[in-house]
Design a binder for this molecule. Structure first.
Ligand code: SAM
Length: 267
């Protein structure tokens, strides 16, 4: 459990749940506070499987990064990267190719306090503590320019983050800004909360009321983020169905349908 007193001066607000820390709770991490655990306890009431949902998301992150490495991608921009956990993007990517470079972007001060040392563990990884909505600032950040060569293909990762952007923040324009900056041969990797069941609608109400964000978009709305790019098989699907490593159940549970994801290619 994190210690309130030591965090007080780091700009960390322990009176309200944070997206990064609430996610840390469902990943069974230690970088969270009572307020984050209380929020998750409320979500558990409508989606008891929420811990499994976080695991499905981390599993597709690993499968997606391995897939992209297999396509020859060695540059990854992981937007809304979260607190360090197991199998972080750079660990998966650098296992596939030690030369892989990863830039993590997150705006949570806890990621700065606890994540920087762990995530930026070699000279091919960096953590930028900024708001990903400020696309120009990210793309011109010295740490970004130092690691990412925009003359070569890049994987733009928005994994488990776009649902935390409201419609009036124009998440589509943010996706477009990053994708416009990267050259043909690049990829877009998205996972997203999906309005797939009554439980997902109940969860959305709780997220919006208690966390302030959590827009559960329809499969069509999530697919629209990929407009203009070549959506790769199997398209935008419930996470366990995206290029699974093993057999998948015929009938998906509520939790298995709570997030959808996919990867597209920029021609
Ligand atoms: N991408 C990781 C994954 O899927 O395992 C972490 C996802 S976590 C649910 C979302 C992360 O996005 C949190 O760490 C949060 O702090 C971060 N985040 C939320 N809004 C952000 C913003 N506007 N700019 C940068 N990071 C943001």
């Amino acid at each position: 459990m994190a210690d309130n007193r030591s965090e007080r001066n780091a700009g960390i607000d322990t009176t309200r749940p944070s997206i990064a820390r609430a996610y840390d709770v469902v990943l069974n991490g230690k970088d969270n506070f009572e307020v984050d655990r209380a929020f998750v306890a409320e979500i558990v009431k409508v989606v008891p499987e929420i811990y499994d949902v976080a695991a499905y998301n981390r599993q597709i992150l690993g499968r997606g990064v391995r897939f992209l490495s297999g396509q020859g991608i060695t540059q990854f921009v992981d937007l809304g990267s979260g607190l360090p956990t197991e199998e972080n993007t750079h660990q998966v990517a650098q296992r596939a190719n030690p030369e892989s470079r990863v830039v993590y972007v997150d705006n949570d001060p806890m990621v700065l306090a606890h994540g920087r040392a762990l995530l930026a563990e070699n000279d091919r990884t960096a953590v930028i503590t900024s708001d990903l909505r400020d696309t120009e600032a990210i793309l011109s950040d010295p740490a970004f320019k130092n690691l990412i060569d925009l003359g070569r293909p890049v994987a733009v990762m928005l994994v488990g983050i776009l649902h935390h952007l409201h419609d009036d923040e124009d998440p589509r324009a943010i996706v477009e800004a990053y994708m416009a900056a990267v050259p043909p041969g690049s990829y877009l990797f998205i996972t997203h909360f999906c309005a797939s069941t009554q439980e997902s609608r109940d969860a959305e109400r709780k997220y919006l009321a208690l966390l302030g964000t959590g827009r559960f978009r329809t499969p069509e709305e999530i697919t629209a983020f990929f407009d203009g790019f070549e959506l790769l098989d199997p398209g935008v699907v419930p996470l366990p169905l995206w290029r699974p490593d093993g057999p998948v159940p015929r009938k998906l549970t509520v939790g298995q349908q709570l997030m959808y994801g996919g990867i597209a290619y920029k021609r």
